[in-house]
Design a protein around this ligand. Structure first.
Ligand code: FA5
Length: 341
């Protein structure tokens, strides 16, 4: 076969292979095979030496024409693959700019904050002031002024985080009673919600950091009847249903007589669970009539004035109200838990 004819045949075969290539890798393989340094066109040009000058001129022309035709066929096929790939990517990564933006994720108040707000609303409607006190307290306000002098065994009732310089992290909100009496004097109605800290083992119902609400009323002729009235009002406002409570004697040096108000465990309903330590009851609301020494130490004459005080376990109240069976969830920061409220 004449070299010109061979070139034409090679060109036709290569054009067909270019069209049949299924992707850019297959196309590149055909290009190397045909147009590469050791490709079929290069092989053919090796035979030019055997030709007459006329034949060589004609074959050279045919070779150049074939080379140009093949190069342009490669180029247009390559571009077709590139634009296919681009279209595919555009389809996959298409963004509808007309869609409305996702709205802000709504937050909600922490369950303890929700109940604290309700308690504040209730007591302000009953004429109580809402007071705040420092979390880093003096030994005097946390213990001495509450009739718990140094060496008093009642100091061991609350494991204390002592700080350098004799201060401490308050173990209860009761020091705010003292600050309230010092600042406002009698007659006095106040509550003080806030954090308390104890250096104790953490379990389903005990945290090292938890919330209490202190309450105090100082006036003339305050009796246990007043105390019970306010405790009942508080519990029915919070639970909005019948809850079983029991009142038993309780010892706190700053009240006399002192009581423990327990609520029947709303997690298990009574038979016992880890939250109520299998007892069926949860300590929620210790309270009592203010010990005369406490009034006296804050400059109030106990012969003229009397009072009641209580220290509600706010974190435990939140557990009872919402049926939370582990106190540690409340400060876990776990959004799966918190977003339920
Ligand atoms: C007191 O802290 C007294 N200051 C309360 C008081 C005030 C009595 C005024 C009389 C007059 P107590 O240690 O029992 O008492 O704690 C009060 C409440 O806080 C408990 O009933 C409980 O509900 C809650 N509490 C105590 N320790 C923890 C803890 N580690 N984790 C969660 N809640 C706790």
């Amino acid at each position: 076969m004449k070299l010109d004819d061979q070139i034409q045949k090679l060109e036709a075969g290569a054009l067909a292979r270019i069209q049949e290539a299924i992707d850019s890798e297959a196309l590149e393989a055909v290009r190397v095979d045909v147009l590469g340094r050791k490709g079929s066109l290069a092989q053919i040009s090796k035979d030019f030496g055997k030709l007459t000058p006329e034949e060589r001129a004609s074959a050279g022309k045919a070779l150049n024409a074939a080379k140009q035709a093949l190069e342009s066929a490669f180029e247009s096929r390559k571009q077709a693959f590139a634009s296919d790939a681009l279209n595919q990517r555009l389809r996959a990564e298409w963004v509808d700019l007309t869609l409305p933006a996702p709205g802000p994720r709504p937050g909600s108040l922490h369950p303890v904050t929700q109940i604290q707000d309700e308690i504040e609303d209730l007591f302000t409607s009953l004429g109580f002031a809402v007071l705040d006190g420092p979390e880093v307290e003096t030994e005097y306000h946390n213990f001495d002024a509450l009739n718990i002098p140094p060496e008093h065994p009642a100091r061991d009732m609350q494991d204390t985080f002592w700080l350098e310089g004799g201060n401490l992290l308050r173990t209860h909100t009761s020091p705010v009673q003292v600050r309230g009496m010092e600042k406002l004097g009698p007659p006095l109605r106040m509550i003080a919600p806030g954090r308390a800290f104890r250096n104790e083992e953490v379990d389903a119902s005990h945290e090292h950091t938890f919330y209490q609400v202190e309450g105090m009323m100082v006036d003339r002729d305050v009796s246990v009847a007043h105390l019970i009235y306010f405790m009942k009002t508080l519990l029915s406002a919070i639970f909005r249903r019948e809850v079983t409570v029991r009142l038993r004697p309780g010892y706190f040096p700053f009240v006399e007589p002192g009581f423990e108000l327990d609520v029947q465990c709303l997690i298990c309903g009574g038979p016992g669970c880890p939250v109520c330590k299998q007892s069926g009851w949860v300590e929620l609301l210790p309270c009592g009539l203010v010990q005369p020494n406490v009034l006296r130490m804050s400059g109030i004459d106990p012969d003229e004035w009397g009072g009641f005080a209580f220290g509600l376990g706010l974190t435990r109240l939140a557990m009872m109200r919402y049926g939370i069976d582990d106190i540690r969830l409340l400060q876990s920061g776990d959004l799966r838990f918190l977003s339920q409220f």
